[in-house]
Every structure is written in C-alpha cells, then in structure tokens.
Design a protein around this ligand. Structure first.
Ligand code: ADP
Ligand code: MG
Length: 787
C-alpha cells in the first residue's frame, strides 16, 4: 500500500509527510463551507457520503470532505478542533498504517476520523483499546461525535448478554478490548446455531496502543478452556523432582524458544521416582508432560515477578502493568505445576477447547491500523507480520522534555540509594516525581529506600484499573511521588498540577531498563505531554537482572576495567553502549520467540480455518446432502488407499481392515477381491454400493427433520475432534523439544507431523460422521419398510 516508504529509515522525513499535508490543506479550505451549515445539514452529510460510496466513489475520494465534517462536528459537540497533525494521524490510519504520536497528542480524537470514514462503508469498524476502562471512556467521548453524525456506536465488554453483544457488533463503530474481540471469535466458532453468533465479517480495525496489543500481549494466546480434574499426586512429585533438578545436568531449557527437554540423567531420575522402565513409552506420555510442566514452572516463573501467592492461590501478574490478571490462568497443567511448586491447593486444569494467537486474530481483518507513542523501533516486525508501515507524526507543539543520559552504578544498593537521594533532592521544592519499575518486587525495593528518607509516596502495584488510572492521573500534582511499573495506566493522561511547570514539570526516573526500548520510551513519554516541560532519567546498575541474564561474560570483562566514584557511580562512558547492546540483544531474542510461536501457530491456523469453515457450512445447513455424500466417497476412498499403500507390496496390504471399515458403512456387505492389485479397480468394484448409499442419502433431501438431525450429529463430532486435535498438537509441540538431537529443524518436524496428525484426525472425523448418519438413515428406512 505504501511503497514509496523505504525500510531502514528511523525517522519519517518531511518529504514523506508532504502528501498528507496536501490533503490537510484541502480539509482546511473546506472548513469555511461546513462551519456555515446548520446541525441538520451537517448531519445529512453522512447520508450523502454513504450514497456516493454506493454509487462507486472511493473512500480516498471522500476523505477531505468527510474529515472536514468530523472536525466540524467535534467542534460543535466536544468543543475540540482537530489539530492539523491530528488530521495527518487520521489519514495514516485510514490508509491502514500505524501513526506514531507521543503521549498526550490526542490519539483518542484522531481515531474519530478514520472510524467515521470507514464506517460509512457499512461493514463495521472496531476500535481496540488496552482496557475496558479506556474502551468505555472513548465510547462515551468520541461516540458523541459519531452519534451526532447519525452513526451507531457500540461498546463490547466481557460478560455481556449475547443479544447486547450482537447489538454492539452490529453498530457502525464498536469499542472494546482486543482480547474480548478474539474471545468472541472463538465463542462464535463454538456456537450451536448461526443465531448465537455475535460477530459480523471483519472490515476495519483501529488498535490504540498498538505495540502493546500486537507485540507485548501477543505472547499469550487466547484460550477458551474447559475444566478437567488434575492429578494432584503427579503434580506434587513432579514439583519435588523439578526442585532437585539442575539446569543442563538434568534438563535443558532454551531461553529463546522456551523449549524444555530432559537430559539422560534427568530421565533416569524421573524413571526412578515414578518407578517406570522407559519414560519414552507412549503410555508414559502424561508423566513426561507433568515433569516438563514442573520444570517450566521452575525456570520460567518467578514468584512476585510473574505471579504472586495470595489466599492459597497462584495469581498471575501482567509483566507490563504489574497488575494481577484476574481470573487468568495458564493452561495445559502449567498453572497447576506452579501451584504444586508453591505448595498451595491444586485447582482444576484447563483443557483448551479453542485457541488463537492475537496475531492471527488480527490478521483476519482485511484492513488494520494502529496508533501509539512507540512503534518505530519495531517497524520491521510490524511490517512483516501485519503489512503496516509506521509513520511518525510531528507533534502539535515542539517537545520540551529533556531526556538525560543513563547513570549507572556498580551495585543495586548504590543504585537505589541514589534513586532515593535524587527523589529527596527533587522533592524539596515540590517537583512531582514518577519512578518506573519493571516488577512488583522492584517497586517494593524502591519503596523501602524511599521510606528510609521518610519520603511519602504512592506505590501502584496489583491495583485495579480504576485505582491505577486515578493514581497515575494525579502523578503530576505538586509534591507527589509515585512508584509504578512502567506500563501502569497506559493511555491515561498525566496533567501537571498548578505551579508544576515552573518547577520543570514531571520528573521521571527509570530504575531498570526494560527488555524492550519501547517500554522505556513509554515511561519517558509520561512526562512532557503536549509541549509541557519535563525530564526523564534512567538510574541503573550493572547488576540489574537483564545484564546478569543476557550479558554475563561481557559484564564480567567490563567490571575488570571500569572505575567508580565514591558513591559507586561508573565513570566509563562505554557502559552505555554495553547497556544499549544488551537491550538490543534481548529485543532480538524476544522477536525470534514471537516469530517462532507465530510459525508454530500458523500450522494450527490453517487447520482451524478448515474446521471452522466446515462448522459454518453445517450451521448454515449449506448443502448438507452433498457434504455427506462427499464425506462418504472420501471415507471409502481413504479406507482403500490407507490399507493398500502404494509403497507396500500387494501381499502386505491390510485386506481385513479395509473390508471391515467399508462394510461398517454399506447396506449389503461386500467381499473384496484380494487378487486385485490396482486401487482404482478396487474402488470401481465398490461403486454400485456407494451409488446405492448416495441414493438413500438423496432421498432425504426434502426431509426437514433429517435436515435438523444432520447438523446435530455433525457438530459434536467436529467439536470433539478439534479439542482432541488441539491437545495432540500441544503434546507434539512439547515433544519436539525432546528430539533436537535428530538433526532436523524442530519447526519442520512440527509442521510435517502436525499436518499428518490433522489428516488422520480429519479422516477419522469424516468416517465417524458418515458411519453414524448412514446407520441412522438405514434404520429409518428399515422401519418404514416394516410398516
Ligand atoms: P494520547 O492518547 O495521545 O496520549 P489523549 O487522547 O489521551 O492523548 O488526549 C490527551 C488530552 O488532550 C486529552 O485531555 C484531550 O482532551 C486533549 N486533546 C486532544 N486533542 C485535542 C484538541 N484537538 N483540542 C483540545 N484538546 C485536545
Ligand atoms: Mg491514548
């Protein structure tokens, strides 16, 4: 879509923005016309635009006028006039790209433009926010403009009644959180009738804080789970084992792909603990699964960082906001493995009924766009996965925030000591301070040091969204000290209190580099909104987690030659390069991980497509007779070919099984000629019976009752097959870690075996459906004959 855009550039140039400014000129020129219209005349423009689109005009053609109309409406309804740069943001979104606009530039209002224009096409626009609070806020605020202009606006939140949801989706513009849209998709594909579905086909989505939604949150797939009792005993033993295990001696763990496998020594220990001979036996697959999950619970999850233990429960922490993820739990026994590790009550396991990654959900939208303050560093990935470019929009007023260079200490203690003293120094005249941390644990550490200097402060962790928004929005008040995880309250504006501008605005201290530069930039961006004064400063230590984990050797080498001053501050300038390099390495590792997971999910994604579209045809009663006849033919065809494989000699063909499978379908049993050596001739010999069955099936064409029975029989089979298949795929994924010694790329193994597995399960599905329905039809016929 945007080919004039070259790749490597870090900054969007004035030349690239020129084409937008041209359109902005047009919009500005139209302002005089539209401002003289009455409200009714202005509102009538919506009908005129829709009509023109219907008559063949393109969205592109109506943009200048439509934008001018939205701006005029916004002036009248909200008393806000879109700045020129906001119009540019709107243009970028309308064409399906990402508008990078710093915090406070008014992205909420920007979204009013593309959502209006693309809603005129009548196919629905989804506006995605990071939490329900913001969805409601934007729905209330921006919704006023759209309602004024005669469009309908809907709000989609969890736990809504299906009817209310349907209404929300049928609105021209629908607000909500991305995960809820994804869950609705999954639920729609578990529905038992078309009427129960809530979504329409996808058209256009605008994702606010797009990097957070598509990159940070994209790590955990959306899973709808059914409950299943866990084997408590196994979990407990596995947890004990995992505690005694040593990395590389008993198990191997790949930081990048999270692939976990046992070494020979580890396997011996498991075999001894459970008293089994050979862990690789198929019958011990479950056992293996429990042990692997116990190891994962051990290496991948840290208490008070990734989860907390409260009231005999393990509660997950959102690593970006530091907030408890209410009601969320890990699936496939991993949650229970953590419970066993912590010795709390073991809950029921989640078994996936349906799942999709955020990436693959949003890739279903034919038109996608997004906005955020920080996307440029991730442009390549965004382009590769979603085909969107990142355009940096100039700020409305010049930026005045000062971003200081990093200050680095030799120990963590020295770092916190300095953080507290900095806070003390700045606090003296009342300058508000926001201290960003990367985990709850760290927030508490900072808090401890502040207390030492009797500094009054607010710690924001594990709080509800509402409390968080409230506390964050007050962080700019005089005399405030706020300690929060980096992403807390993302999307909330920090307005400076009275007299704070004179003190230099909000002072932001970062206490640890995040694993992504984007998140650091988000933290800095909390200060200096809309041309306010402000300052940001990272205060770090060479002992910080990230350097210990990802640059151990380099740090060791560096410490030998570095010099420090009397408070432990490192004098050598190269320390900043070391930090920058490490952060880029970590970013790269995370990127590979997401890429790997996405590739894995792509295998299931295609299969999900097949199953969901089959399911849809069944729900819609689309040519059920034809579908059943086709399934019959394929089942017979497969029964023959599967038992008479080309690569085997005729003498080794499995005639018995072939005959058994086929006869379980036929009205009159057949005997297959075992002298025959050609598959095509065997099939030809079966044709009369197949035709007879097809005629029988045809005879129900007009039978309404049967048309209701067929879907009722098919759906449960399809759903059960899919759940089973998902489980098998999960185990396959686990198992490929076991086979890294096999010289073959694990991804290739997964792709190949995943495909085979699907083929097998799908074949089995068709056979069961055909068998069930043919027998049912036959018995009906017999009954009729008797009467
Ligand atoms: P962002 O999402 O870019 O961080 P918001 O959408 O939260 O910014 O807006 C920040 C503040 O700027 C809000 O208080 C909003 O009302 C105000 N604002 C945005 N655009 C305008 C405008 N054109 N005129 C006046 N105020 C605006
Ligand atoms: Mg915002």
């Amino acid at each position: 879509m945007f080919s004039m855009f070259t790749r490597k550039k870090e900054q969007t140039s004035a030349r690239e923005l020129k084409k937008y400014y041209k359109i902005v000129d047009q919009i500005n020129k139209l302002e005089a016309n539209f401002s003289t219209l009455t409200d009714e005349e202005l509102q009538h423009m919506t009908i005129i635009f829709k009509d023109r689109l219907e008559k063949g005009e393109t969205v592109q053609q109506i943009i200048p006028e439509a934008f001018a109309v939205v701006r005029e409406a916004s002036k009248r309804v909200l008393n806000m006039r879109h700045f020129d740069v906001q119009l540019i943001g709107g243009l970028v979104l309308t064409e399906g790209n990402i508008a990078e606009m710093p915090t406070g530039e008014g992205k909420t209002l920007v979204a009013s433009l593309p959502s209006y224009v693309r809603a005129l096409e009548g196919k629905g626009v989804h506006v995605i926010t990071v939490n329900d609070y913001l969805a409601k806020r934007d729905f209330d605020l921006i919704g006023q403009i759209h309602r004024f202009l005669g469009l309908t606006v809907g709000l989609n939140v969890p736990m809504m009644e299906p009817d209310a949801k349907k209404r929300a989706y049928n609105a021209d513009i629908t607000y909500g959180v991305g995960t809820e849209f994804g869950f609705d998709y999954l639920r729609d594909n578990m529905a038992h009738s078309i009427a129960d579905k809530v979504q329409r086909p996808y058209h256009f989505a605008i994702i606010d804080e797009v990097d957070s939604v598509l990159i940070d949150e994209a790590k955990t797939p959306l899973i709808i789970a059914g409950k299943m009792a866990a084997n408590e005993e196994l979990h407990r033993i596995a947890a004990l084992l995992a505690k005694r295990f040593k990395q590389d001696e008993h198990y191997e763990f790949d930081d990048e792909t999270k692939a976990t496998s046992l070494t020979d020594k580890g396997i011996e220990m498991v075999e001894a603990a459970f008293n089994v001979d050979n862990l690789y036996d198929l019958e011990h697959q479950t056992l293996y699964h429990y042990v692997i999950q116990a190891v994962r619970a051990h290496v991948m999850f840290k208490r008070d960082v990734d989860y907390i233990v409260r009231d005999d429960k393990v509660e997950l922490v959102d690593m970006f906001t530091g907030r408890i993820m209410e009601g969320r739990s890990l699936s496939d026994g991993l949650h229970q493995a953590i419970e066993a590790k912590e010795g709390v009550t073991i809950t029921e396991e989640n078994k996936a009924q349906a799942q999709i990654t955020i990436q693959n959900y949003f890739r279903m939208y034919p038109n996608l766009s997004g906005m955020t303050g920080t996307a440029k560093t991730q442009e390549q990935e965004i382009r590769d996965v979603y085909g969107m470019g990142v355009i940096q929009i100039p700020t409305n007023r010049p930026r005045r925030r000062i971003d200081q260079q990093d200050i680095v200490f030799n120990t963590i203690e020295a770092k916190y000591e300095f953080v507290a003293q900095e806070a003390l120094r700045r606090h003296e005249n009342g300058q508000p301070i926001l201290i960003g941390t990367t985990s709850i644990l760290q927030s508490e550490a900072v808090s401890k040091y502040l207390k030492k200097y009797s500094l009054q402060h607010q710690v924001l962790n594990a709080k509800t969204v509402e409390q968080e928004v409230e506390l964050i929005s007050e962080a700019g008040q005089k005399g405030r000290i706020t300690v929060a995880t980096n992403m807390a309250g993302r999307g909330t504006d920090i307005v400076l209190g009275e007299g704070v501008e004179e003190l230099g605005g909000l002072y932001v201290i970062g206490t640890e580099k995040h694993e992504s530069r984007r998140v650091d930039n988000q933290l800095r961006g909390r200060s200096g909104r809309q041309g306010d004064l402000g300052e940001s400063q990272f205060i770090l230590s060479i002992e910080d987690d990230m350097f210990k984990r990802f640059a151990k050797d380099e740090v060791e080498k560096f410490t030998k030659k570095m010099t420090v001053n009397e408070i432990g501050r490192i004098n050598n300038k190269e320390v900043r390069e070391l930090i920058d390099r490490t952060q880029r390495i970590v970013e790269g590792a995370h990127f590979s991980m997401r890429e790997y997971n996405l590739k894995l999910d792509d295998v299931i994604n295609d299969q999900r497509g097949v199953i969901y579209s089959l399911r849809d045809s069944v729900l819609r009663h689309e040519d059920l007779i034809g579908m059943l006849k086709k399934m019959l033919e394929e089942t017979v065809d497969f029964a023959v070919r599967d038992n008479a494989p080309e690569e085997l000699d005729v003498t080794q063909w499995n005639w018995d099984k072939m005959e058994r499978t086929i006869n379980s379908l036929f009205l009159t049993p057949v005997t297959i000629d075992r002298q025959e050596s050609k598959v095509s001739r065997i099939l030809a010999s079966l044709q009369p019976q197949i035709d007879e069955l097809k005629q029988m099936i045809d005879s129900y064409e007009e039978n309404e009752q049967m048309m209701n029975v067929i879907p009722q029989v098919m759906l449960p089979f399809i759903d059960r097959m899919w759940v089973k298949h998902l489980e098998q795929m999960a185990h396959l994924k686990e198992g490929i870690g076991l086979r890294h010694y096999q010289q073959e790329d694990p991804m290739r193994i997964y792709q190949r075996e995943g495909l085979e597995l699907f083929g097998k399960n799908f074949q089995e599905l068709r056979r069961s459906i055909v068998e069930e329905l043919v027998i049912f039809m036959k018995s009906l016929q017999l009954q009729e004959e008797e009467v």
